[in-house]
Write a protein that binds this ligand. Sequence first.
Ligand code: FNR
Ligand code: 8K6
Length: 346
Amino acid sequence: MPQVLFENVKLNNTISLNNRILMAPLTRCMADDDLVPTDDMVKYYAKRAKAGLIISEATIIRPDGQGYPNTPGLFTHAQIAGWKKVTDAVHAEGGKMFAQLWHVGRVAHPYFFDGEVLAPSAIGVEGTVPRMRELTYQTPKAVTQEEITQLVADYAQAAVNAIEAGFDGVEIHGANGYLIDQFLHYAANQRTDEYGQTPENMSRFALEVTDAVADRIGADRVGLRVSPGAYFNMDGDQRDRAVFDVLISALNSRNLAYLHVGIFDDAMEFEYLGGSASAYLRSIYKGTLVGVGSYTAESGAEAIQNQKFDLLAIGRPFIANPDYVEKVKAGQAVKEYDESMLATLD
Ligand code: FNR
Ligand code: 8K6
């Protein structure tokens, strides 16, 4: 049994976790048509409450943040009430839960809302919406500074809504090629104003969102997920490194609950980062780092022991094994994940 995983950890004066295993955020596309969490989602999360911390599936902060069918929201009373049932059930099982706050930026599709697709620059992504192959991605509109101010305010309001919904905190989704990440990479950001062109400018939006959210709910309750290595909905550029150098150094003084790497396989190396995304973050970030990406309990525990990161997030194996934590603790074999498992919410 990888003992290090089962230690209690104090993230700060506000939040302590029963163990070092986090349930990674996992989009399931199973909210109802008003993007309200369902009773099946209540059961799904409650069954996984033995995780030290559950991070919810990515949850949109406002209608134009949507790029996939039936992803939940946190901007209506019904959505807040739906999430309250989820967090109550998780708390009743002794668990803790953060909401992952999401705006997909240029990966949005107006099929899901009335309005324009917004992004840092008018540079589209190739391809079509998963599961809805007839919907081709559009060229987005470059956001104005006024729209940026509104987006920052909307992230902060969604964080307040998350606390009202009973979440213990929020994880700002700054990873995987979505809106915040689009500001951080040259491939998606060609702005010429104070949000583009230099590392300081390109990291501004991410820091403004982080600060606005922390101002409203307290930095102790805020995590941030970032993908310094571009791998999904985004092309990497060696100049991106300098942007993340500035961003991650600036985060050191923010006293967040944690920083979480966004990646599918942490064995992936990025030339411009000089290695894996997690090793790069560890080299700059002084606070609690969450590792993820194709780890088993054993390989994750070893990485923690070798101080590669402090907490381990587990994604796909948690879909396959609602009782992942109990199984690992008992030394039992875990069931293999299979994509067909995405069809149902067990
Ligand atoms: C994901 N991942 C993901 N990441 C994120 O930040 N927000 C999300 O909503 C989702 N949704 C999602 C859905 C599905 C079906 C998969 C497989 C993945 C990425 C996830 O959090 C994690 O980083 C990866 O799955 C890698 O970890 P594992 O699965 O190898 O433990
Ligand atoms: C975050 C919302 C996504 C909707 C759910 C689908 C996720 C399924 C997994 C997609 C896999 C993409 C992985 C790309 C990684 C390439 C690494 C070389």
